[in-house]
Design a protein around this ligand. Structure first.
Ligand code: ATP
Ligand code: MG
Length: 441
């Protein structure tokens, strides 16, 4: 067991909580992701503590606590600023079934580290003693850049199938390789992944989209291990170039990580029928708004993508009418997503390397599309007339209204100067008589 000094520096508030637990006689350590990330020289905001104190003892020691996962021994301790820090009682697994575990308290630090998934996640650090405990040689694996299960990989994956996906996520996130025995256990786990709760799988997929710089590396491992086939059959043989789209998708200008997560999911499903994408996402319990937004975005983007991408390749000049048509087809709010998806697809296929003007073309068409979305009439609601106006013009209400308004919008998209009441009503009357005549014939 090593007792070297390490200059790891958890936040003061975390050290204060740890000191209070120690002063009350409870052995306490920093554990998990924060220790791993600190050793890698990365910043990590959530420093988790593991302690010999029972959850009840933790709750009695601190003024403000939240029972975040009391059955699993986790208590949230609020610091003076109201920020929560997780304190978890040392535990060992007494029963596992591949999905959940029943845990028992009264374990030692070593037992607690032994139930963790990967060696790099099973390192403990004591800021008061300046000591590291690393019984599974996690630091060696950090140095070798290897992902390795703690203990027997097959057994550990059988206990909790999610570990297969976690191992892949950490490998992709840090650019590490996966130890051969651990990889074989992941492959043997793949057929059983369907037993995981959809919510946990969804969370892994989301974390992959949020945390991993090159999600294609993770998804390629999902595919090669068979995980993709088990969990998302529609994507079992997704192409490399579609996976590359996830890596080159640009970050949104405003730092909303969540938009990129959604854009990356849309790119991932871009080879599928939008309906199949929606179904697959709903099966993983993605919110209806995520699933429907992604399916709709794909459906609309696919309608403009061939023309937009041909234009970006310089095959023809882009008129204002083209821009308005594209904006109307994808809808105002989906302009950024549609342009990013096309840019990512071209980037993934290295089209950008082929055409020097390509970058200029994507920027200028995007700028024009945003201007058009802000200024032009591209939705029925933007027309200078509505159903009431049609009625006052003597057109009897009915199904013809939808058809007429849609055609009026097409006329306005062709030429925005037509979006004036007189012109539109005259056009509407003419269209109505045509419709009536066609029905009579
Ligand atoms: P990050 O939060 O950056 O994704 P993390 O390592 O903090 O990474 P968490 O999911 O927050 O990951 O879990 C905290 C710690 O709990 C891990 O470092 C690991 O030691 C342990 N752990 C988490 N999930 C499992 C699991 N399924 N099986 C075993 N141990 C786990
Ligand atoms: Mg964490």
């Amino acid at each position: 067991m090593s007792t070297e000094f390490y200059p790891l520096t958890p936040p003061k508030t975390v050290v204060a909580i740890l000191r209070l637990l120690e002063a009350a006689g409870h052995e306490t350590w920093c554990v998990g992701g924060a220790v791993r990330d600190a050793l890698l020289g990365h910043e990590h905001l959530d420093w988790d503590l593991a302690t010999a104190a029972t959850p009840q003892q933790v709750r009695r020691l601190f003024r403000r606590t939240i029972p975040v996962g009391i059955d699993f021994g986790t208590v949230g301790v609020l610091d003076d600023a109201g920020v929560m820090h997780e304190v978890t009682t040392f535990r060992r697994d007494v029963k596992t079934d591949g999905r959940h575990a029943v845990v028992e308290f009264g374990a030692s630090l070593e037992e607690d580290l032994a139930r963790r998934d990967l060696t790099i996640n099973a390192i403990a650090f004591s800021p008061t003693a300046g000591v590291i405990r690393d019984p599974f040689e996690g630091r060696m694996d950090l140095e070798r850049r290897v992902i390795r299960a703690v203990g027997d990989p097959d057994q550990r994956m059988r206990e909790d199938r999610l570990r297969a996906l976690r191992a892949i996520r950490f490998a992709a996130r840090f650019g590490f390789s996966i130890d051969a025995a651990t990889w074989d256990a992941i492959v043997r786990s793949a057929p059983h992944l369907g037993r995981l709760s959809p919510e946990r799988v969804q969370q892994e997929l989301n974390k992959t989209m949020q945390q991993v710089d090159k999600p294609s590396i993770a998804l390629e491992m999902w595919r090669r291990s068979g995980a993709l086939g088990s969990l998302l059959p529609a994507l079992a043989s997704v192409s490399d170039s579609t996976l590359s789209m996830l890596d080159v998708l640009r970050r949104p200008l405003r730092p909303s990580q969540d938009r990129r997560r959604v854009h990356r999911l849309a790119a991932l499903f871009s080879e599928c029928e939008p309906n199949d994408a929606e179904r697959a996402l709903k099966l993983l319990r993605f919110s209806n708004s995520d699933a429907e937004w992604i399916a709709q975005t794909l459906e609309r983007w696919l309608r403009i993508a061939p023309e937009l991408e041909a234009a970006l390749n310089g095959e023809h000049p882009v008129s204002d009418t083209d821009i308005r048509k594209w904006v109307a087809t994808v809808g105002r709010l989906r302009v950024p997503a549609a342009w990013r998806l096309s840019a990512a697809r071209a980037g993934a296929q290295k089209l950008s390397a082929m055409s020097e003007n390509w970058f200029g073309a994507i920027h200028s068409t995007y700028r024009r599309a945003l201007q058009s979305a802000a200024r032009d009439a591209v939705e029925l609601a933007d027309l200078a007339v509505d159903g009431d106006d049609l009625r006052s013009a003597g057109i009897p209400p009915g199904r013809a209204y939808g058809v007429i308004l849609r055609r009026l919008l097409d006329c306005v998209i062709e030429d925005p100067s037509r979006n004036v009441r007189e012109w539109l009503l005259q056009q509407a009357t003419q269209q109505y008589s045509e419709i009536k005549k066609r029905i009579a014939d």
